[in-house]
Design a protein around this ligand. Structure first.
Ligand code: SAH
Length: 241
């Protein structure tokens, strides 16, 4: 059996013999860019049913049909970890979303803090980046990218039982580590280039759910800090163990 060269996310059910209709964009990508023809294998996932081997049944200019054959991988859910981050410049924000998917975050939440540089994000564009990252890294799950939320509001309605790993730049130089922390639902919180405001720090310090953490002896840029914190959490409490 030929190995699939293309992995594609589709928002449709996947099951043996299931036909999957392609959008114009997907058809363009498979047939014009990747030059696949009838009978070519494609790996499909939808975030729910694992990964499936499918074959091109119809190839058209503006559409096409794939037919599912067998499941090639079971669904691998990332641990119950959210990444909260203050959006920065466009390319670096894209990078954070891409890396959060690769590193195995379950939900990605852009937060507006006092010193957040950007007031708006394009949620749909960031969600599309998450899909692309999952296609590329072999993931079978696509985390939701939430709309931009104000940090204050998010903290007021914070769900009971979910802990917050607060990457606190004022702890720079302290020992980094999560010793003693228990597995369970968590969220990582990364601040903007300007850091957290005094008011935000006071609020975070007062919350029992919050565990402040250092990311070592150097101040990292927000995008680096996001990847470092995800690695630290995954290795201590997540699916790297
Ligand atoms: N301008 C700020 C740094 C912001 S860095 C200052 O100079 O203090 C962006 C974010 O990355 C921070 O808000 C924090 O969440 C995280 N971060 C960067 N380096 C860190 C470190 N050494 N320890 C903990 N968090 C860090």
């Amino acid at each position: 059996m030929m190995e699939a060269k293309v992995r594609l996310y589709v928002d449709q059910p996947l099951a043996p013999g299931q036909a999957v209709a392609l959008t114009a964009d997907q058809a363009h990508y498979l047939f014009s860019v990747m030059r696949l023809g009838k009978g070519a294998p494609v790996a499909l996932f939808n975030g729910r049913d694992g990964e499936w081997r499918a074959e091109v049944a119809e190839a058209g200019k503006r559409g096409g049909v794939l037919v599912c054959d067998v499941q090639t991988r079971a669904l691998l859910m990332p641990p119950d970890l959210w990444l909260l981050f203050a959006p920065i410049k466009k390319a670096r924000t894209d990078f954070i979303v891409e890396k959060a998917v690769e590193m195995g975050a379950r939900r990605i939440v852009p937060v507006q803090t006092r010193h957040t540089n950007s007031e708006r994000i394009r949620q749909d564009r960031l969600q599309a980046h998450a899909v692309e990252a999952a296609e590329q890294c072999g993931g079978t799950f696509v985390p939701e990218v939430a709309d931009l939320m104000a940090l204050d509001r998010l903290l007021v309605g914070w769900p009971a039982g979910r802990r917050i790993l607060w990457c606190d730049e004022s702890l720079v130089g302290a020992q980094a580590g999560l010793s003693g922390a228990e597995a369970g639902p968590w969220a990582i919180l990364i601040g903007p280039e300007g850091g957290f405001s005094e008011g935000e720090k006071a609020k975070l310090r007062a919350m029992p759910a919050v565990l402040p953490v250092s990311l070592g002896p150097r101040i990292l840029r927000a995008d680096t800090a996001a990847v470092a914190a995800l690695a630290l959490w995954q290795a201590s409490l997540g699916d790297w163990r």
